[in-house]
Design a protein. Structure first.
Length: 147
């Protein structure tokens, strides 16, 4: 397979592989930011923690953790199928292990597709705090849907 290198002699810059994903609904309600790297097929979801994200003992609510991991794993699964068209899919299964609690600062979710086929993708995700401490892990199965 030939290697394509972007030449400094070209007049335009190489295409930016990073793309913001803006979904109505849940993203607007929770306030996270989603960025796709179409070149690598990866996704990063970031949330700056606010009081409304905390549970009654003052730490990041487990439901918000699950939401962030579902979003990052789902977008990564979508990129597994097609990095450019961002096909629709549904979550078949999402298992989460809660490791530590976060009280403040940004949290960052990342994921990696580990396999799959024409309509199913398997993805592992992690949620970390701004210092890189692991907060939660996830394993998910996602199904591509038409339409």
């Amino acid at each position: 397979m030939p290697t394509i290198t972007w030449s400094s002699l070209l007049t335009s810059a190489p295409p930016d592989p990073f793309r913001e994903i803006n979904d109505p609904g849940c993203q607007q309600l929770v306030g996270y930011r989603t960025q796709m790297d179409t070149r690598a097929g990866s996704c990063e979801v970031t949330l700056d923690l606010q009081p409304q994200h905390q549970n009654r003992i003052g730490v990041l609510h487990g439901g918000i953790v699950a939401t962030l991991l579902d979003v990052v794993c789902g977008n990564t699964a979508s990129a597994f199928f097609d990095r450019e068209s961002h096909p629709n899919l549904v979550t078949v299964s999402l298992n989460i292990s809660y490791v530590a609690a976060a009280r403040s600062g940004p949290v960052i979710a990342t994921a990696k597709a580990t396999g799959g086929g024409r309509s199913i993708a398997y993805v592992n995700g992690e949620l970390r705090d701004e210092d890189g401490a692991l907060l939660a892990t996830a394993t998910g199965i996602f199904k591509r849907v038409r339409g």
